[in-house]
Design a binder for this molecule. Structure first.
Ligand SMILES: Cc1cc2nc3c(=O)[nH]c(=O)nc-3n(C[C@H](O)[C@H](O)[C@H](O)COP(=O)(O)OP(=O)(O)OC[C@H]3O[C@@H](n4cnc5c(N)ncnc54)[C@H](O)[C@@H]3O)c2cc1C
Length: 496
């Protein structure tokens, strides 16, 4: 008889796990508290505009495509990937602007315009970080650390030492590159893991490295197209998604997960996979103290969490030719302002990431309009000094608009806004139960990575598994897709 799998949450992690389990013959039911699936990968749709709610940077398309093989399908029947060139346009506060290309000749041209020494330094940095990425990919990202011996063995420890992650991202980059602007460009990308480049381990330089070497990609229709594709495959494979149902408890009996208690009743199952944010789930959905194991409420509230993000969604009534799809604005006092988001303060001079998908995709804004996400890193809700009330949002909004208006060609942006809304850490918490309203879940510090990060399999409870940003291997869509693969491999191992 088919085994019944219950999945809590229809984020990209929950949906990808559902597709993989269905393709292995499981009967799968997904429970999502919101009316629309996707979790943080979501959309805002108006008559004229479509906005990706959060994620916009698509790295390593092969990881996105791989799941279609599991389901015996061709990704081309569901998605259209477009390669972005330049992959970033970077504006600095002194008015200078640089287009970063994956074309080596164009890149070297740009780098040599600052200095030959830094050009060589950048190439050396990419080479060294690429070596680390290949080791991390083979020995850490695609491996579960179910037992202590999986990590603490001579082979894995040797590999860990080869990655040499101990210096900070900034110090590591600085060994190769002198130019502060170039360093800031790399640091800004390392922030995608929600950890400070001035404190966090240098392994997260793998983000700028992968972008440089493999390019950045765009999915026609925006990132939400991926969620639509997963949802379609679940329907085709016979799975069920229950929307608008809140899971209240993961039911545990005699050391085993046996089902879910929802606001609509009890559902029994053979296995439970929890995609709701791990710290939230441990605190709120698992009631049994023994079942929490080492993740007591006290430990959960003391763990380290990634920063959050403030996003302004702007619908503009004209086109802005000076924008590319992915743009940065690097402001003065970059280091100080970045560090603020890890110290509980709002940046005084925010540096911005500006996403403008309508540059290349008419699905995102009709009739010569433009849709823009402006993102700023801000503290998570652990720091309760910032209230995110109307007053805070209004004054921060003014600061962001003043900043963006300093970019050449964007001076008149405010008078062309015809749609405007915001995402705050509070909304991330209330919409998706993101613990402390973080953007990226548990911080990927060295003591919360690999064996030290919550694993995809519960240590104490049989038939209970986890998938998503706050568990191994970590945050970001492609990494969460790895997590969905690891969790299903563990489930299949346990079944044997
Ligand atoms: C602002 C921002 C920008 C980002 N940018 C990028 C990017 O450019 N590229 C990239 O790769 N990644 C990016 N990320 C990270 C990426 O979005 C996440 O890592 C990924 O979407 C997390 O997916 P998930 O499945 O782990 O969790 P989630 O998306 O949080 O899914 C969890 C689901 O569980 C549901 N749920 C929670 N509690 C319950 C309950 N009790 N009952 C029922 N359902 C419940 C939630 O509603 C949600 O749908 C970004 C994130 C943010 C916030």
């Amino acid at each position: 008889m088919e085994k019944k799998a219950l999945i809590v949450g229809a984020g990209v992690g929950g949906l990808a796990t559902a597709v993989r389990l269905l393709s292995k013959g499981y009967d799968v039911k997904v429970y999502e508290k919101e009316e629309r699936v996707g979790g943080k990968i979501n959309i805002i749709k108006t008559d004229d505009f479509c906005f990706d709610l959060t994620a916009s940077i698509l790295m390593i398309p092969d990881v996105y495509k791989e799941i279609f093989d599991w389901a015996g399908r061709k990704y081309e029947d569901y998605l259209e990937f477009i390669r972005l060139e330049p992959f970033y346009r970077v504006n600095y506060s002194d008015g200078s602007r640089y287009d970063f290309s994956t074309d080596l000749t164009k890149l070297v041209d740009l780098l040599e315009s600052t200095s030959r020494e830094d050009s060589l330094g950048y190439i050396k940095f990419i080479g060294d970080a690429y070596r680390k990425y290949l080791i991390a990919n083979q020995y850490f990202l695609q491996k579960s650390f179910r037992n202590i011996s999986n990590f603490f063995n001579p082979f894995t420890l040797t590999k860990a030492l080869q990655i040499k992650t101990f210096s900070t991202t900034y110090d590591y980059i600085s060994k190769y590159i002198k130019n502060e602007k170039l360093r800031q460009f790399i640091c800004f990308q390392s922030l995608y893991m929600g950890i400070s480049p001035y404190n966090g381990p240098n392994i997260y330089t793998l983000v700028p490295t992968i972008s440089q070497l493999y390019g950045l990609w765009y999915l026609k229709g925006g990132m939400y197209s991926y969620i639509i594709a997963l949802q379609k495959m679940i329907n085709e494979l016979g799975g069920t998604i229950e929307k608008g149902i809140n899971v209240e408890e993961i039911l545990i009996s005699e050391g085993k997960a046996v089902g879910l208690k929802t606001d609509k009743g009890i559902e029994k199952g053979d296995i439970v996979v929890c995609n709701a944010d791990f710290p939230y789930a441990m605190k709120e959905l698992i009631k049994d103290k023994k079942a929490k194991g080492m993740y007591t409420d006290k430990k959960i509230s003391k763990m380290k969490y990634s920063c959050s993000t403030f996003i302004m969604y702007l619908g503009l009534k004209k086109k802005y030719q000076n924008l590319s799809v992915h743009n940065f604005y690097i402001n003065d006092d970059f280091k100080e302002n970045i560090e603020y988001s890890f110290e509980g303060k709002l940046p005084v001079k925010p540096s911005l990431y500006i996403y403008c998908p309508s540059r290349i995709d008419q699905n995102m804004a009709i009739n010569s309009k433009e849709s823009l996400n402006i993102m700023v890193r801000v503290p998570n809700l652990y720091f309760d000094e910032i209230k995110w009330d109307k007053k805070t949002i209004h004054s921060f909004r003014e600061k962001v608009i003043n900043t963006i208006s300093r970019i050449k060609g964007l001076e008149d942006i405010e008078e062309n806004i015809i749609y405007e809304s915001y995402l705050t850490p509070k909304k991330l918490q209330s919409l998706f139960n993101s613990y402390y309203g973080t953007a990226f879940g548990l911080s990927p510090t060295l003591t919360q990575t690999n064996y030290f990060r919550p694993d995809v399999k519960s240590q104490n409870i049989k038939n209970l598994y986890f998938v998503g940003s706050s568990v191994h291997p970590g945050t970001g869509v492609s990494i969460v897709l790895f997590s969905s693969k690891l969790v299903v491999e563990e489930i299949l191992k346990d079944e044997k």
